[in-house]
Design a protein around this ligand. Structure first.
Ligand SMILES: C[S@@+](CC[C@H](N)C(=O)[O-])C[C@H]1O[C@@H](n2cnc3c(N)ncnc32)[C@H](O)[C@@H]1O
Length: 357
């Protein structure tokens, strides 16, 4: 089943051949892609459409080119692509896959921006005599343009900020040390990140993905509503959530039932405020349609309302649908359109001051 081009479903897993990705995702809407391609002839994934296993190396690279051309086409001009990839040994010599791969991607238009070494503690065991132990993989960062989202300030290391750095700002940024291209993240313990025991060749550490998202996405992009759902702080849904097992989420132990319950609670609270608001907005304007100049549904408004919810939680003045419906009566005339996308916090504060104070 293929979808119409204007019907792209978010948060949906398609169990399909990624060479046909463009049939499902054919609009430039992607900010960041993080992936690792199938291994070449090293692992049988057990599917007839698999890329890698049993293929000629040149055919394998051509297939990867098709996949990454599809990704190129749906990535925004400011977007980026992160690929975790490794060289491998076959027929008594090393094949430099990361570099062959980069050259293929260059043919598409992807520009290689960073080559990062990911040092990890465990890896696919290569215990051949006379070879060194392989303790790292490559992380390659590609962009479509010279200018792309790269928020390095988000990941500066301030813990090692020394006094003299401040004296030499040309050498040392006062916001912290620029992270280097050698990343150390342990791979998660097998079985700790799924509901059952699944053996994965190389599971990706959550913190590493977090680091990538901090660099390549900004608050307000769809992926980051962390401030509202984080575990610590006065302004988080976690604080007001009543669940006797909620501490489990903070511990290392995975408790997927509790996580599911927390997600449901968060979704419900977000729904309440939006439904309450919707009741007070003219029906025709409750739309994402850009042709309607009074349309209020866009990322800025959504983040603005979510930030308002944070303030409500912080002040213990949150409520249910009826409460919001009543309070939002005074939203009439509010100039949603005057805020730039970076001003969603201010919008949230202004909505809070206007309707809830
Ligand atoms: C190295 S794994 C990485 C998986 C995933 N990116 C991750 O990090 O969990 C490569 C994956 O590509 C999948 N794969 C192989 N051929 C494929 C194809 N033609 N279309 C989609 N996926 C494919 C394999 O089943 C495998 O799960």
């Amino acid at each position: 089943m293929y979808m119409a081009s204007n019907d792209i479903k978010l948060n949906t897993v398609y169990n399909e051949d990624s060479r046909h990705l463009n049939k499902f995702l054919n609009k430039q809407i992607v900010d960041v892609t993080i992936t690792s391609p199938p291994y070449f002839d090293l692992k049988d994934y057990g599917h007839k459409m698999q890329i890698g296993f049993g293929q000629e190396y040149s055919k394998y690279l051509e297939d990867l080119k098709i996949v990454f051309k599809n990704i190129y086409d749906c990535t925004k001009d400011s977007g980026s692509l992160w690929v975790i990839i490794d060289s491998f040994r076959k027929n008594n010599e090393v094949t430099p896959l990361p570099f062959d791969f980069s050259n293929k991607l260059k043919e598409i238009g992807w520009k290689l921006q960073e080559v990062i070494i990911w040092e990890k503690d465990r890896t696919v065991p290569w215990t051949h005599k006379g070879q060194m132990r392989n303790l790292f993989e490559y992380i390659l960062l590609f962009s479509k343009n010279d200018k792309y989202n790269f928020f390095i300030d988000e990941v500066r290391d301030i813990s090692t900020l020394k006094k003299w750095w401040v004296k030499y700002p040309e050498r040392y940024n006062p916001k912290g040390k620029t992270p280097d291209g050698l990343w150390k993240f342990d791979i998660p313990t097998q079985g700790s990140w799924g509901s059952g025991y699944i053996r994965h060749f190389c599971p990706l550490p959550e913190e590493m993905i977090g680091q990538i998202l901090k660099i390549s996405s900004k608050e307000g992009d769809i992926v980051r509503f962390k401030p509202l759902v984080k575990f610590e702080g006065q302004d988080t849904l976690f604080r007001i959530w009543r669940n006797s097992k909620k501490a489990n989420l903070k511990s290392k132990k995975d408790d997927f039932d509790v996580l599911k319950a927390y997600k449901q609670f968060c979704a419900q609270q977000v729904k309440y405020i939006f439904i309450g608001l919707k009741q007070n907005i003219e029906k025709a304007n409750w739309t994402m349609d850009r042709n309607n100049s009074n349309a209020i549904l866009n990322v800025t408004t959504i983040n603005g309302v979510i930030n308002c919810l944070r303030l409500l939680i912080e002040n213990d003045t949150y409520g249910d649908i009826d409460y919001y419906k009543e309070k939002f009566k005074s939203i009439e005339g509010f100039k949603f359109k005057k805020y730039k996308s970076s001003q969603y916090r201010k919008m949230g504060k202004d909505i809070f001051d206007r309707c809830f104070k």
